[in-house]
Design a protein around this ligand. Structure first.
Ligand SMILES: C[S@@+](CC[C@H](N)C(=O)[O-])C[C@H]1O[C@@H](n2cnc3c(N)ncnc32)[C@H](O)[C@@H]1O
Length: 219
């Protein structure tokens, strides 16, 4: 599938898939959106010093990089698992400017050099497992994760991953009290979350989006 590199409004890169007419992040600001939805409303909201984090869709690795930076600044130990069905090729990764934009050259290189399917030491203090395959097939420990970044393509482009089967997998992986954060606030998706037992919070969205969702597993 053809993938093009774009510069979003805050100067950070994102990717565009013409065939799907879909971007990996908001055109209004890739770093701005990820920082707000996943770090501010997700990781920073946990107030934990050890965090097991699960991501749907490693993609460019932007959420992983921002999480690493936040964890190092706040002395949090991360155990980060990211599931990705379609890993990006080296050629397209080279067009992305996060190493310079975030001043994280070494961290960017390490993130993309760590081998797939094995939990590895990451930036000395943390662990990273990049698992290649479909989220539904990932061997996820149940009741294990404090936080899920649910960063799939939009429901209008990839409806199945916002449906009950995928969300039930995410629900089972979370600890009681754990949260799922996402930029998506689609009605059917929120109803699916509620029917699985999630408590759903509608929060103001990042620039260009009215709302985002944070959902908690309460029992
Ligand atoms: C919106 S992008 C994620 C952006 C990413 N978090 C980042 O920071 O660049 C969605 C990602 O989900 C991946 N994906 C799509 N379907 C998937 C599936 N069934 N299981 C796992 N990953 C999937 C895509 O390849 C893509 O990388």
């Amino acid at each position: 599938m053809k993938i093009e590199s774009l510069t979003s409004a805050d100067g950070s890169s994102t990717l565009y898939i013409p065939e799907m007419d879909e971007t990996y992040h908001s055109r209004k600001g890739a770093v701005t959106e990820s920082e707000y939805v996943y770090i501010k409303m997700g990781l920073a909201n946990l107030h934990l010093k050890q965090v097991r984090l699960l991501e749907f869709g490693l993609g460019t690795g932007l959420n992983a990089l921002l999480s690493l930076r936040y964890a190092n600044q706040n002395r949090i130990q991360l155990d980060y698992t990211s599931v990705e069905k379609y890993p990006l090729e080296q050629g397209i990764l080279q067009t992305i400017n996060y190493a310079e934009h975030l001043s994280m050259k070494d961290e960017w290189q390490e993130l993309h050099q760590i081998i797939w399917q094995e939990s590895s030491e990451w930036d000395t203090f943390h662990r990273l497992l990049k698992w290649q395959g479909d989220f539904l097939e990932a061997p996820l420990e149940e009741g294990a994760y404090d936080l899920i970044y649910y960063d799939a393509f939009a429901p209008s482009k990839q409806a199945d991953v916002w449906g009950m089967e995928y969300l039930n997998k995410a629900y089972r992986a979370l600890k009681t009290g754990g949260i799922l954060a996402t930029y998506c606030a689609q009605g059917q998706f929120k109803r699916n979350l509620k029917s699985l037992g999630f408590e759903v919070e509608n929060l103001p969205g990042p620039p260009g989006k009215m709302e985002m969702v944070r959902a908690r597993k309460t029992t």
